[in-house]
Design a binder for this molecule. Structure first.
Ligand SMILES: Cc1cc2nc3c(=O)[nH]c(=O)nc-3n(C[C@H](O)[C@H](O)[C@H](O)COP(=O)(O)O)c2cc1C
Length: 179
């Protein structure tokens, strides 16, 4: 499928079938994350693949009780290494969260190509997630995503039109409600 079709079809999936994911499919999803760009090619990331039912439930509880997460066959916990990332992104920040986000997005799009669903989970308690998975102090958790075959077909959630988010040559304000 063309990349733009994959991007257009992706939805956040909050209902999953219990079917397991074949190894070759899992390999492609992991490969897509592995090949993501990162500041100075630092690749300051680690992805924990969780299949254990009890652990998935604990992770869902640590994600403000979003229990649908535990119904997917795999939950991926995306971690970043602030100290090992590019330190001067824009000369004001470390790049680790951007790097990890790029990798998650790659992963999500390959998942879509393979008929799998994902859902970026940002509403979680890092202080609860880290001890569950033995994540070291200097490692951050950026996001989780369930990964599995969708058991729903959500509608298009809508996006701002192109002419509200792109301008040409110089920054242009579009009105009081938008930046
Ligand atoms: C940073 C971030 C955090 C998010 N956190 C959650 C979350 O905790 N739970 C959830 O169900 N969806 C979460 N989402 C998914 C968004 O709600 C979803 O992407 C958005 O509503 C657009 O829908 P779509 O992905 O189907 O196009 C998050 C997305 C992002 C990018």
């Amino acid at each position: 499928m063309k990349i733009l079709d994959i991007i257009r079809k992706r939805r956040s999936i909050r209902k999953y079938k219990s079917d397991s994911i074949p190894d070759d499919v899992m390999d492609r999803v992991m490969e897509a994350a592995r090949l993501a760009p990162s500041g100075k090619n630092g690749q300051p990331w680690k992805f924990i693949l969780v299949k254990d039912k009890e652990m998935k439930e604990k992770l869902a509880e640590a994600s403000r009780g979003q229990m649908f997460i535990a119904n997917a066959p795999v939950v991926i916990v995306a971690c970043g290494f602030p100290d090992k990332s590019y330190q001067r992104q824009g000369n004001y920040m470390k790049s680790w969260s951007i790097d990890v986000a790029c990798a998650i997005d790659h992963l999500m799009l390959q998942a879509q190509e393979d008929g799998l669903g994902t859902c970026w989970i940002g509403a979680f308690e890092e202080k609860e997630v880290k001890p569950l998975l033995n994540i070291p102090e200097d490692v951050k958790v950026l996001a989780l995503t369930p990964l599995g075959y969708p058991d729903e077909e959500p509608h298009d959630r809508g996006r701002k039109p192109t002419n509200e988010i792109f301008c040409y040559e110089k920054y242009e304000s579009f009105g009081s409600s938008l930046n």
